[in-house]
Design a protein around this ligand. Structure first.
Ligand code: VTB
Ligand code: MG
Ligand code: MG
Length: 329
């Protein structure tokens, strides 16, 4: 008897189904833009994503989601989602950058990744130290084994420019004071964002438009895996290391099968095979337009990507029946 073949590639048809999920999540979140209520925005996005996932022909298991069972009503880790079909793992941040949405600041989006079962790194709710660059460089230009300054020097050399021509994107947090000072000390420039480092990592794939050459610093571990999925599709290099600085955090990691708390993960350790990724803008940002509402019309802007082929689609959608989102026509 022969074992069932291991699917090498995901069915690409799921990609177009995913667009509806992130579109609907983004619209639900956008209703809460600028209302100062992160939680309501997040819940609305999560419920909308969950409901639309029910229309997908997959049997999905949430491996990265909104929280743990009991704390959140939907998209909790381990939840079964989808309408039935191919077994897949799902990583979702139905509202990445909830603070940005609540303040109506640039860069919040609905994000979802689909991957073969067991192929996504499962991470506890901790920070991850990250370094990422876009495509087009020789292998192993960056590494978490060296200082951030040395990554910038290596990148400058690979680009054939001076360190003063490099811009690093960093989350604006007190914990990054030393990092920011070190980057500036070698002449490089620092671009700060208040939130949203999935988009931050994606910016490295297009330095010409984004003005960002490298992403540095610590952010959410879940966001690290989502960003890794984006780079699997768009090309680039990334490393991540979980910050497991307490017994509690190490315990959570151990429960997920993480034996070496100091392990450095490469892209393929975070996303082992093919993946599909969709991201729809909630607020206007440099990567995506936010949701537009006008009388009788809702417009959305989505990036849809597939690792197996490296296809990156930009889908702008006119929804002429707002009632499908539960909105007035
Ligand atoms: C990080 C970052 C995210 O929130 O998780 C951040 O990765 C939270 O970090 O992109 P702090 O605890 O320092 O606020 C985001 O910016 C948005 O989810
Ligand atoms: Mg979120
Ligand atoms: Mg997030």
């Amino acid at each position: 008897m022969t074992a069932a073949p291991v699917p090498q590639q995901l069915d690409r048809r799921h990609a177009l189904e995913m667009v509806r999920v992130t579109e609907r999540a983004a619209v639900a979140a956008a209703v809460w833009r600028g209302r100062g209520d992160e939680q309501s925005a997040e819940e609305a996005a999560t419920s909308a994503a969950y409901a639309e996932l029910g229309q997908m022909s997959v049997s999905g298991r949430v491996v990265i989601g909104a929280g743990v069972e009991g704390d959140v009503s939907h998209l909790y880790i381990g939840e079964t989602v989808g309408g039935g079909g191919d077994a897949v793992d799902i990583a979702a941040d139905a509202l990445e950058g909830a603070t940005l949405c609540a303040k109506n600041m640039p860069g919040s989006m609905a994000v979802m990744v689909l991957a073969a079962p067991g192929s996504l790194l499962q991470v506890p709710p901790v920070y991850m130290d990250k370094v990422a660059i876009g495509p087009g460089y020789p292998k192993d230009v960056i590494s978490l084994r060296v200082k951030p300054e040395d990554n910038i020097r290596a990148l400058a050399e690979a680009k054939g420019v001076s360190t003063s021509d490099i811009t690093a994107l960093v989350l604006d947090r007190p914990r990054h004071a030393g990092l920011i000072a070190a980057v500036r000390a070698i002449g490089a420039s620092v671009k700060l964002i208040t939130d949203g480092d999935v988009a931050g990592v994606i910016h490295t794939t297009n330095p010409r438009d984004s003005g960002v050459d490298i992403y540095l610093g610590t952010g959410g571990a879940a966001e690290g895996v989502l960003a890794a999925a984006a780079l699997r599709c768009m090309g680039g290099q990334m490393q991540g290391r979980l910050i497991l600085d307490t017994d509690d955090k190490r315990g959570l990691a151990r429960k997920l099968g993480i034996r070496d708390p100091g392990r450095i993960y490469d892209l393929s350790d975070m996303v082992a095979g093919d993946c599909l990724m969709a991201a729809t803008g909630v607020t206007d940002g440099p990567l995506l337009h936010g949701v537009r509402f006008s009388r009788g019309l809702v417009e959305t802007d989505t990036l849809l990507m597939r690792a197996a082929s490296g296809t990156v689609r930009r889908i702008s959608t006119r929804h002429s029946d707002p009632r499908k989102f539960g909105l007035e026509g």
